[in-house]
Design a protein around this ligand. Sequence first.
Ligand SMILES: NC(=O)c1ccc[n+]([C@@H]2O[C@H](COP(=O)([O-])OP(=O)(O)OC[C@H]3O[C@@H](n4cnc5c(N)ncnc54)[C@H](O)[C@@H]3O)[C@@H](O)[C@H]2O)c1
Length: 264
Amino acid sequence: MSRISVDLTGKVAFVTGGGSGIGRGFAMQMAACGAAVAVTDLDGTAAAGVADEIAAAGGNAVGLPVDVADAAALDMAVAATIERFGHIDFLFANAGVLGPAEFDAISAADWDLVLGVNVKGVALTCQAVASHMMARRQGRILTTASYNGVRAGAHVIPYRVSKAAVLMYTRCLAMVMAPYGVTVNAICPGVTLTPMQLSYAEATAAEQGITRDAYLADRAARIPMQQFTDIEDLTGLAQFLVSDSARLITGQAIAPDGGVMTSS
Ligand SMILES: NC(=O)c1ccc[n+]([C@@H]2O[C@H](COP(=O)([O-])OP(=O)(O)OC[C@H]3O[C@@H](n4cnc5c(N)ncnc54)[C@H](O)[C@@H]3O)[C@@H](O)[C@H]2O)c1
């Protein structure tokens, strides 16, 4: 399938959780459109690997080790990015963790981890870049929320709560940033077969005594469009949301999810 391309030459993107899955996809797509990219991740080796992939394809990127729960590390990474590339146009506050699936297994430490990375981490990431974008009176911020942020369920409860909080934070930040011409939107991916989702599928299938493929086939059948979200669906949307065509779209939660939001 051919994709619409946007020329982002001269633009700079900062991605958290860029070493894997959806964040990697965002980083690669921004670079493919000509943007310079700061690929950050808790796993610094993975971040550097994605930056190397971008460079090998002729793009411009730097890989930085960053824990989004660490405000000082974020500030340093933002400063290093601005020093290297001059400014930041697009922020992808994407890093996230899943946490425990079962209600009985949830510990106090799990709440700290999941809310610490998914909620506090998103907020600290946005805050680290906000004043820079406000001063420039331009910028695009995308948070990665989830269909799980709007659908109740008996599993992955801390994760659902964290993603609901990301959606509210995104709307609040959109109100703060709107007078400065900075847009803030959430992407709510449906089930996307990244390492996070595949390890969840593996564990759940084992518990149910079925194969991972059988579990995934059943999961896909319960999605109205009966297919998983492709990373390209998400990166295509991200590309649109940072384009000039989306300058008045803000405070929205956008779900390329095959109808997961509406399925039971
Ligand atoms: N895969 C899905 O089905 C799905 C659906 C909805 C939402 N999401 C969300 O998409 C985002 C990306 O997830 P993914 O599926 O690509 O998973 P993934 O596990 O492939 O990638 C997540 C990345 O985040 C990094 N990370 C974890 N903790 C971090 C921290 N404290 N600081 C910085 N980086 C950290 C990991 O090292 C990893 O590289 C997450 O916010 C996730 O909740 C995923």
